[in-house]
Design a binder for this molecule. Structure first.
Ligand code: RB5
Length: 146
């Protein structure tokens, strides 16, 4: 499993903690930055993670900014990306099972590091169910072609 991770200046510490957690799980992590607290623009990193996932360079992506919102919006602009912002594990798990989410977002100014790890585990441990959800996921992706 390969995961691309990206963040803005608000989330460097949380990114490091999540990255270490992923590596402990045996996951190969590609860190797309930023790695300093110098102010930067979250769309740059959201797009980079989105492109890594959409191209197949990474299997899944994780994006983190202050709220998780801006960087997830940026990732969602990349064709093929289904990013969701989560503040608790239940939404993360269901986003995999029902929506086949391929990018997980969270806010470093909204949740703590332990919650971020729990959300990440819930997301990674869940599996897409397909079946009745596939029609809706297909409809979702068709919006990109209109
Ligand atoms: C940066 O100050 C902040 O706007 C950003 O991290 C994020 O919360 C945007 O959605």
């Amino acid at each position: 499993m390969r995961i691309a991770i990206g963040n803005d200046h608000a989330a460097v510490e949380m990114k490091e903690a999540v990255k270490a957690h992923l590596e402990k799980r045996g996951i190969q992590v590609t860190d797309m930055g930023t790695n300093t607290s110098e102010s930067c623009d979250y769309p740059v990193y959201g797009e980079m993670v989105g492109r890594a996932v959409a191209s197949g360079e990474a299997d899944l992506g994780i994006v983190i900014c202050g709220t998780g919102v801006g960087i997830s919006m940026a990732a969602n602009k990349v064709k093929g990306i289904r990013a969701c912002v989560c503040s608790e594990p239940c939404t993360a798990r269901l986003s995999r099972m029902h929506n086949d989410s391929n990018v997980l977002g969270f806010g470093a100014r909204i949740i703590g590091i332990e919650m971020a790890k729990m959300i990440t585990d819930a997301w990674l441990d869940a599996e897409y169910e397909g079946g009745r959800h596939q029609r809706r996921v297909d409809q979702l992706m068709e919006i990109e072609n209109r």
